[in-house]
Structures are given as structure tokens and as C-alpha cells.
Design a protein around this ligand. Structure first.
Ligand code: FE2
Ligand code: FE2
Length: 353
């Protein structure tokens, strides 16, 4: 199976990590703002509904619209002096605490980590907006075009909410991480509707729901909680769109095509997982006198690494892929060995041993 971003791989024991250490290479990737997209476009003359469940999802989306400017309490204070999240949910708050740094430093480290993560979600939202715009062209049924179009306005609203939150409340928008930029470009450049849908709607939307759900549960600031909650509700509709689209694709796929999609999904998520936050750690760690490698080494050697690491994956994306038949016995052990899959049975086995 093809491993993505081979030229930036390095070993941490058994773990094959992606680490961009060369700053000029990172800058080159960020400066690449023009992307060549082979674009298909299909007209349809059937204006009636052909896919009932998609039409229902579209109706749901219409009712659930909200206004990022007026539906959020922008006057809510938000500062470095408060715990914006449960300190245990912040990697950098934990590490600075272990180093014996005072509480103000731990809070500042969490603030920076949160700013970085929300910035990456913001850049991901921009990719979702652009990809979904592509789907209005490449999809061939009117129900699909309508739903994709309604998602375009959702994504614009997410960009609005997150960019305003970062600018007004946290003060910094961090640039996109090199691993994320590479993977999003792969999705945007993909040459078939099927790859675009699987990649963005199932993999990235599914990951976004998992990450946002974890953040919302740990969040202690009411404005941030409300914003994430509202975005997350939209994202779960987007992930559902992905599943509904892919369900029709897999129903008609030959075994060979199924294997191709399974490999592709794994290689995208493997690369995302392989970064282990190194793109963030390289930027933020020097400020706190921390070595990025030490943090990753520590995380990888935790006895419950697989369980912790799998949380974002097991929330939505892995169950959806299992459901679609896109994780089979052929790749299951690989997902497990990288800490991207952790089931109840694994927990019971770990307890028994
Ligand atoms: Fe979004
Ligand atoms: Fe989305």
C-alpha cells in the first residue's frame, strides 16, 4: 500500500512518523496557493427528487441554518488567564505541568495549543468549502447538487465563525501545517467524484466531528462551547452526506475497486495520524523550552496510547468505514497497530492481560 509523504518520514521506535523539519519546504507548501484541478461537470435535466434520503438531509440542513454573527454571544470574555478547556485535555498544559512550570505558563501553553488547533480546523473548513463547490459540478443528480450547495453555505459560515473567534478572541491565526496542506491538496486534486467524496465527506468530515466532539466536551468557555457545538451539528450532516453518497458507490463497486478505496482511505488517515502533532510542536515548543521529539516519544510510549489516540478516529470515521465495508480483515491489523482503532474487545483484552 502506498505511503504518502514518504520523503518526510522518520522513525520513533516502531512508529513511522511524518515530520517536516525544513522550514523552507513548509513555506514552499504554504505558498502553493494555486491548485490544478481536473474538473468534470455534469448537467442534469431531471429536476425531480431521485434520492429521497439526500432530499431529506437537504431539508434538515435548511431548517438548521444559523447566523455566526448574531447567534453567538461575541461579548463573552475569553482570555489567556482562564482555563479555556479542561487542563487534562491539553497536551502542552500537561507537558508544562510535568516540567514544573507555573499555572500561568500552563494556561498560556493551552491557549497557544487551542489557537493552533482551531486555526487548522479553519484551514480545513476552507478546503471543505472549495471541495464541496466542486461537488456541485461533478455530481450528476439534482439531489446531490442541492445538498452540496447547501453544504457550501455551511462551510462559509464555519470559516466566518472560526476566523472571527481566532481574530477577536484568541488574537492569532496560525498558518496551515505542512501535513494537513499536503493531504487537503490531494483531496482537492483528486480526479473522481468518488475519491473527493470519500476523502473529504467521509474521512475529513468524520475526523472533524470526532475532534470537535472531544473539544466541546472538554471546553470551559461558553462562547467556544456554543460555537463548536453549532459547527459540529452541521459537520455531522456533512459526514452523513458522505455515507449516503458512498453507500450507493460501494453497492455497485467491484472487489478490486473496493480494495482500492480501502487502501486510499487508509493511506490518507495513516498520514494524518503519522504527524502526531509534530507540525504544531515544531512551532510552539521552542516558546516553552520543550523538545518536540520528547513530547512525541512520551505520547507514543504511554501504556494507553492506542486507546487515547483512537478516540477521534473511533468517534465517526472508523465506524462509518466499517459500515461501508471499507475496512476489512485485510487492513484491520494495520489500523489497530497504529492506534487508530480501539474497540471494547481491545479494552477487555488489555484488562485481562
Ligand atoms: Fe465545516
Ligand atoms: Fe463540513
Amino acid at each position: 500500500m502506498e505511503k504518502l509523504i514518504r520523503e518526510h518520514r522518520r522513525r520513533f521506535g516502531d512508529f513511522d512518523a511524518i515530520d517536516f523539519v525544513d522550514e523552507s519546504e513548509v513555506k514552499r507548501l504554504r505558498d502553493q496557493i494555486d491548485v490544478d484541478v481536473p474538473m468534470e461537470l455534469h448537467w442534469t435535466w431531471n429536476y425531480g427528487s431521485e434520492v429521497e434520503e439526500l432530499r431529506n438531509l437537504y431539508e434538515k440542513g435548511k431548517v438548521a441554518q444559523w447566523n455566526a454573527e448574531t447567534d453567538l454571544e461575541w461579548a463573552t470574555p475569553c482570555s489567556k488567564d482562564e482555563w479555556l478547556m479542561n487542563p487534562e485535555a491539553s497536551m502542552l498544559a500537561q507537558v508544562t505541568k510535568l516540567m514544573g512550570k507555573d499555572e500561568a505558563t500552563q494556561k498560556a501553553a493551552m491557549f497557544d495549543e487551542l489557537s493552533f488547533i482551531l486555526s487548522q480546523l479553519l484551514h480545513g473548513e476552507q478546503a471543505a468549502l472549495q471541495l464541496c463547490g466542486q461537488l456541485t459540478n461533478v455530481c450528476d443528480k439534482m439531489d446531490e447538487k442541492w445538498y452540496a450547495a447547501s453544504q457550501v453555505i455551511d462551510e462559509a459560515r464555519h470559516i466566518e465563525a472560526l476566523s472571527k473567534f481566532l481574530q477577536r478572541k484568541l488574537g492569532t491565526i496560525y498558518p496551515i501545517g505542512a501535513t494537513l496542506k499536503t493531504l487537503l491538496d490531494i483531496l482537492l486534486e483528486a480526479d473522481t467524484a468518488q475519491k473527493k467524496t470519500l476523502g473529504m465527506q467521509c474521512l475529513f468530515e468524520g475526523m472533524a466531528v470526532g475532534i470537535m466532539d472531544m473539544m466541546r466536551r472538554e471546553c470551559r468557555n461558553p462562547l467556544m462551547t456554543e460555537m463548536i457545538h453549532r459547527i459540529e451539528q452541521d459537520e455531522s450532516r456533512h459526514a452523513a452526506f458522505g455515507v449516503l453518497m458512498m453507500r450507493r458507490v460501494v453497492r455497485e463497486a467491484e472487489p478490486e475497486q473496493m480494495a482500492g478505496m480501502e487502501d486510499w482511505a487508509f493511506s490518507i488517515l495513516e498520514a494524518l495520524n503519522a504527524n502526531q502533532q509534530l507540525d504544531m510542536l515544531r512551532i510552539l515548543c521552542p516558546k516553552y523550552g520543550i523538545e518536540p521529539e520528547v513530547v512525541v516519544q512520551m505520547a507514543l510510549s504511554l501504556p494507553n496510547f492506542a486507546e487515547l489516540n483512537s478516540m477521534a478516529y473511533m468517534h465517526t470515521v472508523v465506524p462509518n468505514l466499517l459500515n461501508l465495508g471499507l475496512i476489512t480483515d485485510r487492513t484491520r491489523d494495520q489500523w489497530k497497530s497504529l492506534g487508530m482503532m480501539w474497540t471494547k474487545a481491545d479494552a477487555e483484552a488489555a484488562q485481562a492481560s
